[in-house]
Design a protein around this ligand. Structure first.
Ligand SMILES: NC(=O)c1ccc[n+]([C@@H]2O[C@H](COP(=O)([O-])OP(=O)(O)OC[C@H]3O[C@@H](n4cnc5c(N)ncnc54)[C@H](OP(=O)(O)O)[C@@H]3O)[C@@H](O)[C@H]2O)c1
Length: 264
């Protein structure tokens, strides 16, 4: 595998010509797509916008990869499942319940029709201390508790929290081992948002009394969610030796990174 690219090109993946031109110029060995419209409620309100980025954008990237013989890795989600019986294995039938999930599933399916070597890495509920990214669940809970605000956390919404550093390491292993098809990479614990919020409060030494158990329905969010989603990771563990941290260990690693960032 060649070294990772250090060149930075700003690109809107919905603009086909720009995507094709950039890939033609760079001719990467691997192309990893982490770009997506990920706000689940915004996707529900703007299905055309979601389709443009999550499906057409991926088609443009895959077409560019096809033309320059780049291998392609697409990031996907546990939200391709309906959440009636998670955590899900790679070979279980997807059945998304919202626009976000439907567009992500479509992006997976379109790759099947291309003359392309590809991997699909599905992940779930990402967290970590990446200062430049949008705030994740852990950062949201910590900020609210630090301000003395209540956090309403759903007791019936499940998934496996995944430390982004683990995901990045898992992707590098998947690339090196030339994994093909679908691979689930997600944290080793499957729990409700309420239990996750409680672990966050305890690990960061914040006030857990401010965490209020509610049902997902009480949160009144716009888009439906797959309630018992999450991913089974047996293939990653058994076949490729990729193991992910449990929640408390992941949170402790995140806390150490946060301290290191603050000192800079
Ligand atoms: N976060 C999770 O819990 C989670 C769970 C499962 C799967 N995933 C998957 O993991 C991947 C990364 O998610 P994330 O959490 O990192 O999402 P994110 O924080 O919302 O980041 C998405 C990135 O995509 C970029 N983007 C959006 N529209 C674009 C466009 N038209 N052209 C180019 N770039 C565009 C955004 O750029 P701007 O900031 O400039 O808009 C942003 O940098 C996605 O495929 C997502 O479906 C995420």
């Amino acid at each position: 595998m060649r070294g990772f690219l250090e060149q930075y090109v700003r690109l809107d993946i919905t603009t086909r010509g720009d995507v094709l031109e950039a890939l033609h110029a760079i001719r990467p060995e691997w192309t990893i797509n982490a770009a997506a419209m990920t706000d689940v409620d915004a996707c529900e309100r703007d299905p055309e916008g979601a389709w443009g980025v999550n499906v057409e954008g991926v088609r443009h990237l895959a077409t560019g990869c096809e033309r320059c013989a780049s291998k392609f890795l697409q990031l996907s989600t546990d939200y391709v499942f309906d959440g009636t019986s998670g955590p899900y294995a790679e070979d279980q039938e997807p059945h998304p319940v919202n626009v976000y999930g439907r567009t992500k599933l479509e992006s997976e399916k379109l790759l099947d029709h291309m003359a392309l070597e590809y991997s699909i890495v599905r992940t779930a509920l990402l967290y970590g201390s990446v200062a430049t990214a949008r705030a994740n669940f852990v950062q949201g809970v910590c900020s609210a508790l630090a301000r003395g605000e209540a956090v309403h956390a759903a007791t019936n919404l499940y998934g496996n929290p995944t430390l982004v550093d683990d995901l990045a390491d898992g992707i590098v292993i998947a690339l090196r081992k030339e994994v093909r098809g679908i691979l689930h990479l997600a944290g080793s614990e499957w729990l409700s948002r309420y239990d996750f919020a409680m672990k966050i409060a305890r690990t960061f030494g914040l006030n857990e009394d401010l965490i209020m158990p509610v049902s997902f329905q009480e949160l009144n969010l716009h888009a439906p969610r797959p309630l018992r989603a999450g991913l089974g990771t047996d293939r990653a563990k058994r076949k490729f030796g990729i193991a992910f941290a449990a929640v408390e260990e992941g949170l402790r690693r995140m806390m150490t990174q946060h301290d290191e960032f603050s000192k800079r």
